[in-house]
Design a binder for this molecule. Structure first.
Ligand code: SF4
Ligand code: SF4
Ligand code: SF4
Length: 282
C-alpha cells in the first residue's frame, strides 16, 4: 500500500479508503462484506460509508495509524483498498441481472480489475488515472462514452422469414424500440438502419421470431473523461466478441503505458499524438 491507495481527508491524520471486492466482482458485495465495511466505519471511521460514482464503497475519516489493522480486516473479507490517485479506477460494469444485457460484463470487469487493481504481484502500472467502463447495452448506464476506455455490447438484428403477427410489441416502449426505428408495413416490419442503435430489444419481444438477434458485437470507445475538461470518447473499433474486445483493451493499455507521459490521460495522449493511437494495430 502507498499514498496512491488512499484519499486525503479533511481532518488531519485521517484518510478515506475506497474499497472493492476481489470476488465475485468488485462492485457486487456480499451481505457479509457490507457488514464488515459497516463495522470498520463504526470502529475506525465516522460511522458513515459513501458509495462512489465508480461503484466502490468509500470509508471516510480513518485514522492513518489504524491503516494496517483496517487493511488486514478488509482482506479477511475478500476486500481491498485502492482506486485513487494516478491509478486505474475500479473497472465498472452493469449488474449482470439487468433485463437489457446483450452480454453481461461482470466477468470481464473482474478480469480487468484483477489485472489493474487487485493482483499485487502482476499489477499493470499505468501512467495516469484510467476509467474503464463496460456496458451491457446501449443505455450505457456505467458511462462508457465518457470513460478513458469504454465498451458497449450491441445486438445485430435481422428480419427473418417467420411471419409477423403485427402485435406491435417491437414498435415502441416499454419493451420495444425506443428510437422509432421500426414501422409496420404490409405484412412485415421495416427497420430504419440509420436510426437503429443495435439494442436488440425488438428481438427480445418478438415471439414469432420475425426479428432475431443474428450476432453480438462490441463497440470499443477510447479517449473520454469527465472532470473539469470533460470529453466524449470516440468509437475506436467494433469487434465481434467480448474476448476480442478484451484483447483490444489490453493492447490499448500497453500502448498507453508505452507512450503516455506521467499523469497523462488517454484522451490527452491521443490529442498530443494528432488523433492517432500510438502503436495502433490494424
Ligand atoms: S447499460 Fe443496459 S444492460 Fe447495463 S445496466 Fe444499463 S440498461 Fe442494463
Ligand atoms: S435493435 Fe434497432 S430496431 Fe431493434 S429495438 Fe433496438 S434500435 Fe430499435
Ligand atoms: S416483428 Fe414480432 S414483435 Fe414486431 S410486430 Fe411483428 S410479431 Fe410483433
Amino acid at each position: 500500500m502507498d499514498a496512491n491507495d488512499v484519499t486525503a481527508g479533511r481532518a488531519r491524520g485521517r484518510v478515506a479508503l475506497r474499497v472493492g471486492s476481489t470476488g465475485p466482482y468488485s462492485s457486487e458485495l456480499t451481505a457479509g462484506q457490507i457488514g464488515a465495511i459497516a463495522d470498520i466505519a463504526e470502529r475506525y471511521g465516522s460511522g458513515a460509508v459513501h458509495v462512489t460514482p465508480r461503484q466502490t464503497m468509500e470509508i471516510p475519516h480513518i485514522d492513518i495509524a489504524a491503516l494496517p489493522d483496517v487493511t488486514t480486516l478488509l482482506a479477511g473479507h475478500g476486500l481491498h483498498i485502492g482506486y485513487a490517485g494516478r491509478r486505474p479506477r475500479n473497472v465498472t460494469a452493469c449488474s449482470h441481472w439487468c433485463l437489457y444485457n446483450v452480454a453481461p460484463m461482470r466477468d470481464a470487469a473482474l478480469q480487468l480489475n484483477c489485472l489493474l487493481n487487485e493482483n499485487e504481484n502482476e499489477k499493470m502500472p499505468l501512467p495516469g488515472k484510467t476509467n474503464i467502463s463496460l456496458s451491457g447495452c446501449g443505455f450505457s448506464c456505467v458511462r462508457s462514452r465518457t470513460s478513458d476506455v469504454g465498451v458497449i455490447a450491441r445486438s445485430e438484428i435481422v428480419i427473418t422469414d417467420k411471419k409477423c403477427k403485427k402485435c406491435s410489441l417491437c414498435v415502441k416502449e416499454p419493451l420495444g424500440c425506443q428510437v422509432d426505428a421500426i414501422t409496420l408495413a404490409e405484412g412485415a416490419v421495416v427497420i430504419d438502419r440509420q436510426k437503429c442503435v443495435r439494442c436488440g430489444f425488438c428481438s427480445g419481444v418478438c415471439r414469432p421470431g420475425s426479428i432475431m438477434m443474428k450476432s453480438k458485437s462490441f463497440d470499443v470507445f477510447i479517449g473520454g473523461n469527465g472532470g473539469l475538461k470533460p470529453r466524449e470518447a470516440f468509437l475506436y473499433r467494433t469487434v465481434p466478441s467480448l474476448r476480442e474486445a478484451m484483447e483490444l483493451i489490453g493492447s490499448l493499455l500497453e500502448g498507453y503505458r508505452a507512450h503516455a507521459r506521467e499523469g497523462e490521460r488517454i484522451g490527452d495522449l491521443i490529442e498530443r499524438a494528432g488523433m492517432e493511437w500510438p502503436g495502433q494495430k490494424t
